[in-house]
Design a protein around this ligand. Structure first.
Ligand code: NI
Length: 189
């Protein structure tokens, strides 16, 4: 396994659409393994292939309450309902956070590494992470969903928020302040 090189904004690969995977190959399995290792190394909740320089339609997600990472090949959102505002960050946009609109509940269709299609209902952090990673595979970033122009801020300008995040790790946390790719303030309730 290996830790892959991260791509950051404004790398154009983050704005490209990933290409559907036709076949599960040993190379694809290796990419997935390395993506999981890279996601963990970065303390992320999810990672899409574009973020490590690949345009294969693959993403991985691992929320704090998961026993093993979820592998999503050719994922698509087949149903979305409701709307909520959440705080979000992205490993490819380091140092920033924003408030975005996300769905309350979604249904996703994807293929696993075994080549089988599965469907999954999700809400809360998992729904947010799924929307975030599937967006990546379509060249979309969370900053495209900001509720308004003022809703993007530098983490360093909000030191009090960082302190809050640290406390949140061993206490409860408002459901609205979950961050898709930064484990520091993730809610696992
Ligand atoms: Ni991201």
């Amino acid at each position: 396994m290996a830790i892959l090189e991260m791509r950051f904004l404004p790398d154009p690969i983050l704005r490209r659409k990933a290409v559907k995977v036709a076949k599960i190959t040993p190379q694809l399995k290796k990419l997935v393994e390395n993506m999981v290792e890279t996601m963990r190394d970065q303390s992320g909740v999810g990672l899409a292939a574009n973020q490590v320089g690949s345009l294969q339609k693959v993403a991985v997600i691992e929320t704090p309450d998961m026993e093993e990472p979820m592998v999503l090949i050719n994922p698509e959102i087949i149903k979305a309902e409701g709307e909520r505002q959440v705080t979000e960050g992205c490993l490819s946009v380091p140092g920033w956070r924003g408030t975005v609109n996300r769905s309350e509940k979604i249904k996703v269709k994807a293929m696993g590494l075994d080549g089988k299609i599965y469907r999954l209902n999700a809400d809360e952090l998992l729904a947010q992470a799924l929307e975030h990673e599937i967006d990546h595979l379509n060249g979309i970033l969370y900053i495209d969903h900001l509720i308004d122009h003022e809703s993007l801020w530098k983490i360093s300008d909000h030191p009090e928020e960082e302190e809050l995040d640290v406390e949140d790790d061993d206490g409860e946390e408002p459901a609205e302040s979950i961050v898709a790719e930064t484990s520091a303030s993730v809610s696992d309730d």
